[in-house]
Ligand binder design. Structure first.
Ligand code: F0G
Length: 359
């Protein structure tokens, strides 16, 4: 396995981690410079939790979510295989990422999404990149079943959901970045779980890192589902998943085995957090740490705070993965905090408002 080169870091995850990824010919590489996202120390959160907490801000990827890491690999491999089009089911972020990378690859892109359940920022991205959007009167799980069949029956179409192993390969690079940035692996990793591809990918990454002799241990994997969409916690599928965290509104995770194995083998767990806990965690990291993530992305932080409240917080170094940017879902904030009425354009009127804030 090649040592990643410093000069390759901004060239995207394929250039940076080539020796750790499936084979991709140079001419097929489709990249937008994804990866190398900030690992931000979170002092206020650390104090609340009693551990050294960092935020891996995946919202800093080109389309604003972690999906870009997997998409560069999946799209490049699809291009190398001569595919003409791609398809995915999505709660929004996968679709936004697929739309962007397909555009760049010169491939047609079809996205199948639950009607009316996609956050506005994501819908806008899909439209901007020119993907064909198909809204179904059903949820993500139904959309995925349709897309799997479509890709099976039409050979020219590549499926770019995380059931495609190339997606997992790309996404595991976030584990490498965390280990390299810290100079060690963290004691625990807290992250949201929806279709369960990401927790599967992180676990694969940390295991490979250890097996390559880069570290002696692996972190505990702490996955968190939304309480209204928590099949892995309940032990059975949820027919009508509901949560404010629309990105993880999933009742039948495709990578359930990977997620359960990650929790089991790492000495971690998969638990649930309420919508209220999710929104409160989103608020907290935005206000106290200066990092704005979408509601689903705050599930890991919400989970960590819950563990701390119950006296079960992990010790040592904990990384919370913030999977997507807050601007993806403006509505989630606007519904809770409205702009105040305007005041006159005078010094006095503005000072009166400022005074009220400072009083
Ligand atoms: N966080 C965000 C912001 C997501 O968009 C997703 C999944 C997850 C967490 C959960 O990751 O599915 O690998 O367990 N979004 C998918 C999508 C389902 O279609 O964009 P997971």
């Amino acid at each position: 396995m090649s040592i990643e080169r410093e000069s390759d870091r901004r060239g995207g995850v394929i250039a940076a981690w080539r020796g750790w990824l499936p084979e991709i010919p140079d001419e097929a590489v489709v990249t937008l410079g994804e990866g190398e996202t900030p690992l931000v120390p979170a002092p206020r959160l650390s104090e609340r939790v009693g551990a050294e907490v960092y935020l891996k801000f995946e919202g800093a990827n080109p389309t604003g979510s972690f999906k870009d890491r997997g998409m560069t690999v999946a799209m490049s491999r699809a291009k190398a295989a001569g595919r003409e089009a791609c398809v995915c089911a999505s709660t929004g972020n996968t679709a936004a990422s697929a739309a962007a990378y397909a555009g760049r690859a010169g491939m047609a892109c079809f996205v199948v999404v639950p009607a009316g359940k996609i956050a506005s920022g994501k819908s806008v991205q899909i439209l901007a990149h020119g993907a064909r959007i198909i809204q179904i009167e059903g949820n993500f799980d139904a959309a995925l079943a349709i897309c799997r069949r479509l890709a099976q029956e039409v050979e020219e179409i590549a499926l770019v959901n995380s059931v495609n192993p190339d997606r997992i390969e790309g996404q595991k690079t976030a584990a490498f970045e965390i280990a390299r940035a810290l100079g060690r692996v963290p004691d625990a990793l807290a992250l949201p779980v929806g279709n369960a591809g990401n927790i599967t990918a992180y676990w694969k990454g940390f295991v490979e890192w250890r097996e390559a002799g880069r570290a002696e241990k692996t972190p505990r994997m702490l996955g968190f589902q939304a309480a209204g969409a928590a099949p892995l916690v309940l032990g059975h599928d949820v027919e009508n998943p509901e949560t404010v965290a629309s990105a993880i509104r999933i009742g039948s995770p495709a990578s359930r085995e990977g997620a359960l194995a990650a929790a089991r083998e790492s000495g971690g767990s998969i638990e649930s957090v309420t919508d209220e806990e999710i929104l409160s965690a989103q608020n907290l990291v935005a206000r106290e740490e200066g990092v704005f993530c979408e509601p689903a992305s705050a599930a890991g932080v919400a989970g960590l705070l819950k563990l701390a409240r119950e006296g079960r917080a992990p010790e040592g170094t904990v990384v919370c993965v913030l999977t997507g940017h807050g601007l993806k879902d403006p509505q989630a904030v606007v519904e809770r905090a409205r702009l105040p009425e305007p005041v006159a354009a005078s010094f006095e009127a503005v000072v009166r408002r400022v005074g009220r804030v400072l009083a």
